[in-house]
Design a protein around this ligand. Structure first.
Ligand code: CO
Length: 208
């Protein structure tokens, strides 16, 4: 049997340390939040948004799911996006993937997995991810080194989800209203702890 004790003990010592450093640390966030950024990342335990950006409570509005997917038909994701933009008025969105992403690996290997053909939420998401990655999969086939191939696909996934994000209604509404919003696509390196920018956009794409 497991208990909450270790988590509660760490929580109390964290809260105490924060108050010792700044007696108003918690008070300043009690009545409202004004996060500067919306973070869209992978649920992976090794990619904790606040920890790796040194952010404090109140700074990031966060949505995480398997393989940092942006799906227009996903009410959970879309409600977070709408709320962050329309109500919290964040001026920055960070979409963050990471090397070594198990979701991307599963999408690549899907036909060989027991998950394949299963009717479950997880199987449906990974199937959707594989579809989003289809163009990247074709290109990555030429890469011999397995690790390099997966790294390429992780980046391709960020770009694919980024293209969904900048075409999402709430994002377009902000840009069309002339408000400031910068959208970034990044990848996180588990080995170095470094975040790298892959792509950025600040206005609606105008067709050439
Ligand atoms: Co992941």
């Amino acid at each position: 049997m497991t208990t909450l004790k270790p988590l509660l003990a760490k929580n109390r010592s964290w809260a105490l340390q924060r108050r010792q450093r700044n007696p108003h640390y918690f008070q300043q966030n009690v009545h409202s939040q004004q996060p500067h950024s919306l973070w869209i990342g992978c649920s992976d335990s090794r990619v904790p948004a606040e920890v790796l950006t040194g952010a404090h409570p109140g700074e990031l509005f966060v949505h995480r799911n398997i393989a940092n997917m942006v799906v227009a038909g996903d009410d959970n994701f879309m409600s977070v996006l709408q709320y962050a933009l329309e109500y919290l008025k964040v001026s920055r969105i960070v979409l963050c993937g990471h090397y070594g992403c198990g979701g991307v690996q599963a999408a690549v290997a899907l036909p060989d997995l027991p998950l394949y053909g299963e009717n479950s939420p997880l199987a449906r998401r990974i199937t959707q991810l594989r579809e989003a990655l289809a163009p990247g999969l074709a290109k990555a086939d030429r890469i011999g080194d397995e690790k390099e191939r997966l790294n390429q696909l992780v980046e391709a996934n960020v770009l694919a989800q980024f293209s969904h994000l900048i075409a999402a209604e709430p994002v377009l509404n902000i840009w069309r209203a002339g408000a400031e919003l910068d959208v970034f696509g990044c990848v996180y390196d588990l080995q170095s702890g470094h975040l790298k920018e892959l792509i950025q956009q600040s206005a609606e794409e105008t067709s050439p």
